[in-house]
Ligand binder design. Structure first.
Ligand code: ADP
Ligand code: TRP
Length: 337
């Protein structure tokens, strides 16, 4: 059985962009494939602490799992939910793979260049981040890794590390993950999902945006979220058209409507294209987002902490068994056992 695996850091609350771009697609893939694939969903808590936390890590972690469940994730015997740091083989294997990955490779990672900016004060975790991620993936013989495009470089590195180890020991110790082009195909996107900032639709919607009107947080009151949609920046062409380059604001609204209502984008576009009244579209999208958030919050409230703990503990039992076996294989190869 092939494995689909993804992790999310929990450094703050999620935006509608994170939800529609990462969490919801993963949930839909999991529900589609979990009959004959292993589906591993984990909280990347070790990756989270590359930045100092404000005391809410444990709350954010519970909330993340609740969000998957509220988004409709169906948990069967092939779906495994766990906390990365509760699988200690992760740290152990990261050390071993640190002795395989090179300074040159890690120095070329875009995320490191952006976050570390080559400064002496940059913590080693930021530099080593991709090796920890490679471990997450290789511990479980993963084939598919649904992530945003920004993470593709790390998947390529993971493939290189895995092939190097297999080659060195002339043994199939690791399963090689699919190439990134194949990953994109598996996710059903050519160009990935990119929800736009509501005030500045040229930019992506991001937690770090300064204006509250720019972003919808998944914890926003539904009426507040609806108001943000109503005040979203559009254009002055006077005719609805899907064109991300020339009309990113209105296209963003069409995209949000499609994802929130789970309709194909072309169907939504066909319904609205050519119409002159932007207000009608805004009202419709505001209504859809308000409805989605209301239902989502209701579901979130129904999920108790203990249900999440039970799922994680069960997932961690499975994950530790698998991970320890893979670690042992690697330790053997390195003459550590
Ligand atoms: P942020 O920019 O909000 O801090 P992160 O870098 O923490 O987001 O990304 C978490 C996940 O959400 C990643 O898989 C990323 O690809 C996805 N993501 C972030 N912003 C968006 C967006 N505006 N549209 C679609 N997906 C997004
Ligand atoms: N690096 C990912 C992010 O920043 C999170 C992550 C950590 C991850 N380990 C992973 C994603 C393994 C997929 C597979 O969003």
């Amino acid at each position: 059985m092939k494995t689909i695996l993804t992790g999310i850091r929990v450094n703050s609350e999620l935006t509608l962009g994170n939800f529609l771009g990462a969490l919801l697609p993963m949930t839909r893939l999991a529900n589609k494939y979990s009959d004959d694939h292993n589906v591993n969903i984990f909280v990347a808590d070790l990756h989270t602490i590359i930045a100092e936390q404000d005391g809410a890590l444990q709350d954010n972690l519970l909330m993340l799992i609740k969000m998957y469940l509220a988004a409709g994730l169906k948990v069967n015997e092939n779906v495994h939910i766990y906390r990365q740091s509760y699988v200690p083989a992760t740290s152990e294997m990261t050390w071993i793979l640190n002795c395989v990955a090179t300074m040159g490779e890690l120095g070329r990672m875009i995320q490191y260049k952006e976050k570390g900016k080559g400064e002496d004060s940059c913590n080693v975790g930021i530099f080593d981040y991709p090796v920890l991620m490679a471990t997450d993936i290789l511990l479980f013989d993963t084939t598919y890794i649904p992530v945003g495009q920004d993470q593709f470089q790390h998947i390529e590195l993971t493939r290189d590390i895995a092939m190097r180890v297999n080659h060195r020991f002339e043994k199939e110790i690791f399963t090689i993950p699919a190439r990134t082009a194949e990953q994109a195909k598996f996710m059903g996107t050519d160009d990935g999902i990119r929800i736009r900032d509501l005030v500045n639709p040229e930019k992506k919607m991001s937690k770090s945006a300064k204006s509250a009107n720019s972003k919808i947080m998944m914890t926003d009151e539904p009426e507040v979220a609806a108001k943000k949609i109503m005040s979203a920046t559009t254009d002055s062409f006077g005719e609805i058209k899907y064109d991300l380059k020339e009309r990113p604001g209105i296209s963003n609204l069409l995209q949000i409507e499609a994802l929130v209502t789970n309709k194909p984008l072309d169907k939504v576009v066909k319904e609205w294209e050519g119409k002159p009244n932007y207000g009608d579209l805004k009202k419709q999208v505001a209504k859809s987002v308000e409805k989605m958030l209301t239902e989502f919050h209701n579901k979130l409230n129904e999920i108790e902490d203990k249900e999440v703990f039970a799922l994680m503990e069960k997932g961690e039992k499975y994950a530790n068994k698998k991970a320890n076996a893979k670690l042992y294989e690697l330790q053997k190869a390195f003459q550590l056992r």
